[in-house]
Design a protein around this ligand. Structure first.
Ligand SMILES: *[C@@H]1O[C@H](CO)[C@@H](O)[C@H](O)[C@H]1NC(C)=O
Ligand SMILES: *[C@@H]1O[C@H](CO)[C@@H](O)[C@H](O)[C@H]1NC(C)=O
Ligand SMILES: *[C@@H]1O[C@H](CO)[C@@H](O)[C@H](O)[C@H]1NC(C)=O
Ligand SMILES: *[C@@H]1O[C@H](CO)[C@@H](O)[C@H](O)[C@H]1NC(C)=O
Ligand SMILES: *[C@@H]1O[C@H](CO)[C@@H](O)[C@H](O)[C@H]1NC(C)=O
Ligand SMILES: *[C@@H]1O[C@H](CO)[C@@H](O)[C@H](O)[C@H]1NC(C)=O
Ligand SMILES: [Cu+2]
Length: 416
């Protein structure tokens, strides 16, 4: 077991809000020097970091409740905060309510003008279209984390406001399935209470897939999965993927596209579940190693896969664990309903990282990067004033400053 001389960050809740500091205790977190290579031990390190994030956020929210109790302004506090949970921690009824709401969104008419994206047919497709349109500027840029936070939150709001969903956005804890396998897990087991299972097994598909991309990130050769065909069980067995592909990676070393991917191209949802990718690139060691980075630049690059290190990062590892179509196409990736469980976990990881030093990490010091993919070509730094939008999916144009904290601006949620 690795014993580290710990770097301590002292977090005093009273420093970031106006309530009396004596009404709650000061918290201290020990950030490990390194992530354990042992997945069980790394899981324990991670549990401590997550517990700290919860405890410290709760203290801020409890203080806010004290303030709000007097003034009743409805500000985000411990009594009204939404709690996002891991899929496996939801009841069967809650899981079904979630997938029913997603299917409802898929049955509603698109808002994206057909003149812009003729293939966008459903409300669900509006999210896919917005993501295709902005793919080049929302990955490996300064807005990566905030854009996907806002995107996932508006999706959750659409499920609630347009489809009567009363729960919150669940997340997929990569580290759990990295340890247990995918196909028997509550998310992927193919039951009526799952997010649907694997794609149909394709007998002769190539055993490897070439990941990475053309945008200055090295090729990574990874195993292909155990499915490859259409999803045949669970809530999404009859789902239609309408948009794309734009840059769909297939086993072997092939990429396919359907022009710009914006035309109507209805087909089944395919999956190629690849546990080896989950285990190798998005395990508890990976997440702890990401969380202990000392600054936002290192954190977000590690999460997305530090270029030219042969690592996918937990973000890339999570995406490629799904395989299939839309899962293996960066542009249309929200066309896979699992996208939002995955990105909730990306967001949870950012929330934890922010909780270790909220004053810095929910402010200007919590932003790194520019407007262009790996700053190629060079462009202006992202700042608190940088504006972002979600196209026709939802929401208004918002500044980075509004999107930095999960308990401020439009947001009021935490993770359990
Ligand atoms: C949501 O609930 C309202 C009120 O009960 C109902 O009128 C509406 O049809 C429901 N919407 C959906 C999409 O189920
Ligand atoms: C798979 O490979 C086997 C042996 O090479 C061959 O007989 C079979 O026709 C192939 N099946 C398909 C669907 O290509
Ligand atoms: C994959 O294809 C690309 C483009 O044809 C080629 O440059 C690359 O070397 C191939 N990689 C592998 C591992 O076959
Ligand atoms: C866990 O992920 C790290 C990369 O973050 C990798 O180096 C390590 O080999 C993985 N562990 C296992 C057991 O695959
Ligand atoms: C942009 O950010 C980089 C990295 O933090 C910094 O070195 C540089 O000075 C910034 N540029 C401007 C114009 O602020
Ligand atoms: C794509 O982005 C451009 C530039 O921001 C915008 O004008 C257009 O409306 C967007 N299209 C969609 C479908 O969001
Ligand atoms: Cu994305």
């Amino acid at each position: 077991m690795r014993v580290s001389s710990a770097v301590s960050l002292f977090f005093v809740a009273g420093a970031v809000c106006n309530a009396t500091p004596t009404s709650y205790k000061d918290l201290e977190i020990e950030i490990p020097n390194s992530a354990s290579r042992d997945l069980f031990e790394a899981g324990e390190q991670l549990a401590k970091l997550a517990a700290f994030a919860q405890e410290s956020t709760n203290q801020i929210l409890a203080a806010a409740a004290a303030t709000d109790g007097n003034q009743n302004k409805g500000i985000c506090n411990i009594n009204n905060v939404a709690v996002r949970k891991e899929w496996g921690d939801l009841s069967h009824k809650e899981r079904k309510a979630y997938t029913d709401a997603v299917i409802c969104l898929q049955s509603k008419k698109a808002r994206t003008p057909p003149s812009l994206v003729p293939g966008a047919r459903s409300r669900f497709d509006d999210w896919v279209a917005a993501h295709i349109n902005q793919t080049q500027t929302i990955h490996y840029t300064g807005i990566f984390l905030a854009w996907h936070r806002y995107f996932t939150w508006e999706y959750e709001q659409a499920l609630r406001n347009e489809c009567n969903y009363t729960g919150y956005q669940p997340y997929w804890d990569w580290t759990k399935t990295a340890a247990t396998g995918l196909e028997t897990s509550p998310i992927f087991d193919g039951s009526e209470f799952s997010m649907s299972g694997n794609g149909e097994h394709i007998a002769n598909q190539s055993a490897y897939v070439v990941l990475g991309d053309s945008n200055g990130v090295d090729e990574i050769i990874a195993p292909s999965g155990t499915g490859g065909g259409c999803v045949t069980s669970g809530p999404f067995k009859d789902m239609t993927v309408n948009l794309g592909p734009v840059q769909l990676l297939l086993p072997g070393n092939q990429t396919i596209a359907n022009g710009d991917g914006l035309s109507y191209n209805p087909r089944c949802l395919k999956r190629d579940l690849t546990w080896e990718i989950n285990r190798r690139y998005a395990n508890a060691t990976t997440v702890v190693d990401t969380l202990i980075k000392s600054d936002i630049n290192d954190f977000q690059l590690t999460l997305q896969g530090m270029p030219d290190t042969g690592e996918l990062g937990a973000h890339g590892g999570g995406h490629f664990t799904f395989g299939g179509d839309a899962g293996r196409d960066l542009y249309i990736s929200p066309g896979e309903p699992l996208f939002f469980l995955h990105h909730a976990m990306v967001d949870r990881t950012w929330w934890m990282f922010q909780s270790f030093d909220p004053a810095t990490r929910t402010g200007a010091g919590g932003i790194a990067g520019t407007a262009t993919w790996l700053n190629e070509p060079a462009s202006a730094n992202t700042t608190l004033d940088t504006e972002l939008d979600l196209g026709y999916a939802a929401g208004e144009v918002r500044k980075m400053s509004e999107l930095m904290s999960t308990i401020a601006g439009p947001f009021c949620y935490i993770y359990l």
